[in-house]
Design a protein around this ligand. Sequence first.
Ligand code: SF4
Length: 435
Amino acid sequence: MKKKYYIETFGCQMNVHDSEKMAGIMKADGMSETLNPEDADILIFNTCSIREKAEQKFFSSLGRLRHLKKSNPALKIAVTGCIAQQEGAKILKRTPYVDYVIGPQNIHVLKDLDSIQIHSVACNDNPLIAATDYPVDRKDGIKAWVTIMYGCDNYCSYCVVPYTRGREISRPREKIIEEVEKLAQDGFKEITFLGQNVNSYKSDLDFPGLLNKANGIPGIERIRFVTSHPKDLSKELICSIRDLEKVCEHIHLPLQSGSSRILRLMNRKYSYEEYLDKILGLRDAVPGISITTDIIAGFPGESAEDHEATVNAIKEISFDGMFAFKYSHRPGTYASGFEDHLGDKIKSDRLYEIIDIQNQITENRNRSLYGSTQQILIESFVEAREGRQYQGRTRTNKIVNCTQSTPPAVAFIIGDLADVNITNTARHSLAGIIK
Ligand code: SF4
C-alpha cells in the first residue's frame, strides 16, 4: 500500500510553493497525499518564522497532532521551513517526538526519508538548490508559481529571511523558461515569478530580460511577479510592465514605513522620497497600475511623528491594497537588539488606524472602476438558479464576481479570458456582467 503524507503549511507564497515541491518529491517517490492527518504515515509542518504569531500557530498545531504518535508509533513527524532552519536541533530538544528537522534548502531529503536517521537535522547550505529541478505537485490548473530565485541579501533589520533562507541565488534562466514552457503545454495560463526580491534576479539576463523571454511563450496569457524591493525597481522594469502585453499591471512594493528615519533603521536602503519618486514613475508610465504594499506598525523607536509620516504616505500614495502588521520581535535580527521597543497597545492602536485609513482608500479606488471594462481570467464558477456565476481576477489583481448576459453568447470555462462590465464595487471585490 502507498504511504501517505499530510502537509500543513504556514506563511507566505514561498512556503506554499515549497509545499507543492515537497508534495511533488514525495509523489515521485510513490507516496500519496491525505488531507486527514490520522491517515498519514508522515506529517509535515512547513513553518514560518516571520512573526511571533506564525511561530505560536505552528507549535500549537504540532501539539494538537502529537497524540497521533501514540496511536501510531510508526508515524513520522517532520518540521520544515523557516523555523526548522532557525531552530535546528533545538526543535528536537523542545519537542522530542519530532523525527526530522529539514531546512528550506534541504527538501530533497524527503525523497528518501526511510534511509535517514530519525531525530536528524538537515539544515546545511545547499549550493545546488538553484540548479535543481524539483517535481511540483500543483493544485491549481491555470495559475502557477515559478521560483526564479532563492534567499535574500538585503538584511532588513527586522527580518529573519536572510538567516533562514540563505544568500540570494538566481535560478539559471533556461531552467525557468523550460518550466514555463512546460506549464504552457499543460494548459496553465498565468505564471507568477517568485522570490524574496525578484527584481534583483541575475543570470545571463536581468529581471526585465527574463520577463521579455517569458512574454514570448505561446499559451501563457498573464505574467505576475512577487515580491519586488523598491531599491531594485529600475526604469527598465517599469518599461517592461508598460510594454510587455502579458505582464500584468500590478506591483506589490513593500514600503514598510513612511518615515525616512525609520526606513534607515530598518536598513531598507531607500528614503520615502525615493520610494514616492518610483511610484510616480510607475503611474506615469502605466496609468491605472495597481500598487499594493506592506507596512510595519510600531517599529522600535517609532515616534508619533514617524507614525504620522506613515499615515500621510498611505494617503498620498493611495495604494490599492495593503498588508499591515505590528512589528514583531524576531530573535537574532539586528532590530531585536534595539532598546526602544514599543508596547503592544501603542503598536495595536497605530496598526488599526493605518488599516482603517487604507480600507477607505481601497474602497474608493475600487469605486473608481465602476462602469469600466475589465479583462478577467476565469478561475472558478458555480451553477446558480440565475445562471452560471464566475469568479476571476483583473490584470490589476482585483477579484471580480460576474454573470453572463442572457442569453449567453458563449459558455465560458475556467482558464478563459473574458471582458466584464463592472456594475458594482466593494472593498474586497468587484461585480459585473460579462460582455
Ligand atoms: S528584502 Fe528585507 S524584508 Fe524582504 S526578505 Fe529580504 S531581508 Fe526580509
